[in-house]
Design a protein around this ligand. Sequence first.
Ligand code: HEC
Length: 298
Amino acid sequence: MKPLGFAAVLALSAAAPSPTIVLREQAWTPGADARASLEEPAECLASREPTVEIGRALFRSPALLGGPAARAGLSCNACHSGGRRNARFLLPELTSRAGAADVTSEWSSKVRGDGLANPIDIPDLYGVTRRTTFGQSRDPSLEHFTRGVIVEEFQGQEPSAEVMTSLLAYLRALDEGECARGGAAISLSSAADDVRRALSAAESADHETARLVLLAAQDAMGRIVERLPPRRFGRERARIEGLSRELGAMRNAGDIGATLETALPGWRARFDASVTRLARRERFTYFNERTLARALAQ
Ligand code: HEC
């Protein structure tokens, strides 16, 4: 699957009630102001071991899901932001009230649709691995439930054993005790870190999973690009899109392990240099509240 282009965002913007679409997530958080769009629930992880990091990258990637949900840019994280509950989630195709989603919708699922609009509250996933049943169907297996979310609810491809192990390791690592409850700022630095962490995760994954994790890294780069106003940052956008295409080429390499080993050090140096240059002008990007507020008001 290709990373989502801006065409998808524009297609959604036609249906969405909000006047200007600057960020892809506005499709499922209509009406969020600039401050809200620069914050997410803090993610508290008890571990950063490679398996957890692979799971984290996949949890944030639309490529794990399929069909209309993936095309709209939804990921697990869109609903369970930072593993918590996205109380602003209000994608019209899935819910009529904020913080809920219809998990038996025709829109996202060919097999689960029940013809009814019956959204239920999105649960917080902290401590989920200590629960004994999952979802309203009271599934006794977290693995079986999660596979169902991917394959049946969202038409994603059958996840490999490593994908499942990593996702479950991520869910297990979400730990309340690790930090205070609250919000975390979305900044250029946090967005760049998502890219770096996904790439490190790709290096420790098996070949098939590494391809999926590289796709997650490309999606994370898209989340930087969309926060760079096109007119002012044309050159920087092109540079980051070029770096993303390089990841795309690595993904398609025959021996992805050897390719990453050779190509990533140089890639990282160029990515870091781009981010450093951008950081000097961060106040003119949509990582800045005033700049974003102005764009949303247009
Ligand atoms: C469109 C919003 C949405 C997306 C995307 C989404 N979920 Fe959920 N999730 C929900 C809702 C709503 C429930 C409650 C479902 C139920 O009770 O059957 C839920 C339930 C769960 C549960 C069970 C929690 C419990 O306490 O029973 C887990 C685990 C979970 N989701 C993991 C995931 C993972 C992993 C992904 C990505 C592959 C994902 N979800 C994607 C909305 C979403």
